[in-house]
Ligand binder design. Structure first.
Ligand SMILES: Cc1cc2nc3c(=O)[nH]c(=O)nc-3n(C[C@H](O)[C@H](O)[C@H](O)COP(=O)(O)OP(=O)(O)OC[C@H]3O[C@@H](n4cnc5c(N)ncnc54)[C@H](O)[C@@H]3O)c2cc1C
Length: 366
């Protein structure tokens, strides 16, 4: 599927020049950065483990996957990393670390990388990774390949990456020639986990943080949750997407009401952007954003392939359309045949009732 997406677009070949990537002789150690939210490991982390496994298979030699996690409250989640294929987990546990701290995490990672000398460091594009990865690249004097959609190791151990540029209109292929560890930051939508094996355990190494608060130039004061409606589509966990079937102007308000009830970000198809009901940044699809939220609710969307190219990696897909033959139903885990303007008010009321009774999250994610 990834190849199909790439084939649809022009590739611009661009060769990055610097020194030679040699990695360590013998075992290849690939590190992945664990992404977490509300004391749970995010699924993209398991996709990164699968990506690391493919890299090791490409090279055809013995390799180890190390997952690096920070913070506190994650201990019960760590066995999942082994089940999804990590061989080792380094858990930098610190009671006082609540949330992301770029300066602290970068310092600790640099210390560990210098100690263990991994060949590659993989992250998934996110607000935190977009902050951390450039810090690491600068401190380690290595390359950072961002917005990566494909990575492989060719003949003579030569690594190549393909990344999106020009707002997704173009892809460039990069030949990587620099000292290890190269940092590869993947678009979350291209990361798909392998099936977990609960019987497999990773070696878990718990380490205290070495940096003292007094060493740091910045101090984390408070973490405030963003309003989901203001998030960019790529970062949103839940998206409500409206299509031509919803209608213009006031008709589209129902989409905002559903988004508010679900704590979702609003996206749309090209006709909705052409009407200027939504800004261009809200367009999902081949010439818009590629998204992979946990839940996407498509309302009055036909499912043209230019649209589905941008959302087909979403985890749970709901479609509401009055045409039972609409293509969007082929992508839906749950399809509702009917008029959005009849269904959505009932759905919104039901969600609100569930929220009021404290059962909303289980209802939404089932
Ligand atoms: C080069 C190129 C690039 C493109 N890139 C993109 C892109 O990035 N993103 C994108 O979205 N499009 C893109 N398009 C356009 C794409 O081909 C489709 O035209 C577009 O996705 C259709 O949008 P839609 O589903 O909202 O509208 P339609 O295809 O018109 O579908 C509307 C749907 O709503 C249903 N409906 C109508 N009324 C109701 C109602 N009251 N209740 C429930 N259902 C109802 C209908 O049954 C229908 O299925 C591109 C096209 C080209 C040629």
């Amino acid at each position: 599927m990834r190849q199909e997406t790439l084939a649809r677009s022009a590739w611009r070949v661009f060769h990055l020049r610097s020194a030679t990537l040699n990695g360590k002789k013998g075992m290849m150690d690939i590190w992945i950065l664990v992404q977490q939210r509300h004391f749970g490991i995010e699924e993209v982390t398991f996709g990164l483990i699968a990506e690391a496994r493919h890299i090791i298979a490409d090279v055809g030699k013995f390799g180890r996957i190390t997952a690096v996690a920070f913070g506190n409250g994650l201990s019960e989640e760590l066995p999942k990393l082994g089940a999804y294929g990590a061989d080792r987990v380094i858990y930098l546990q610190e009671e006082d670390v609540a949330g992301y701290h770029g300066e602290l995490f970068a310092r600790e990672l640099v210390r560990l990388v210098r100690r263990d000398k991994p060949s590659y460091l993989l992250t998934a594009q996110s607000a935190e990774a977009d902050d951390l990865a450039p810090r690491l690249a600068a401190l380690l004097e290595t390359a950072l390949i961002s917005r990566t959609v494909d990575f492989k190791i060719g003949k003579n151990s030569q690594p190549y990456a393909v990344r999106t540029v020009s707002n997704g209109y173009l892809f460039e292929e990069i030949q990587i020639e620099c000292p290890a560890p190269v940092i590869i930051s993947f678009l979350p939508s291209v990361l798909t986990p392998d099936d977990p094996n609960e019987r497999v355990r990773a070696e878990i190494q718990i380490e205290p943080l070495a940096a003292q608060p007094s060493d740091l130039k910045t101090k984390l004061i408070e973490v405030t949750e963003a309003d989901p409606e203001t998030l960019s589509l790529e970062e949103a966990d839940v998206i409500v997407a409206g299509g031509r079937g919803v209608g213009k102007g006031e008709s589209f308000d129902i989409i905002y009401q559903l988004a508010k009830a679900l704590g979702a970000c609003v996206g749309g198809t090209r006709p909705v952007i052409d009407w200027q009901t939504l800004p261009f940044e809200s367009q999902i699809g081949q010439t818009g954003k590629t998204v992979a939220p946990r839940l996407i609710v498509n309302c009055g969307v036909s499912g043209a392939n230019e649209y589905t190219a941008g959302m087909e990696n979403s985890h749970l897909v709901i479609a509401i359309n009055k045409d039972p033959r609409a293509r969007i139903f082929r992508f839906a885990d749950l399809g509702i045949i009917g008029d959005v303007h009849e269904i959505l008010p009932t759905l919104i009321k039901r969600i609100q009732d569930l929220k009021d009774s404290g059962q909303a999250s289980s209802a939404i994610y089932v």
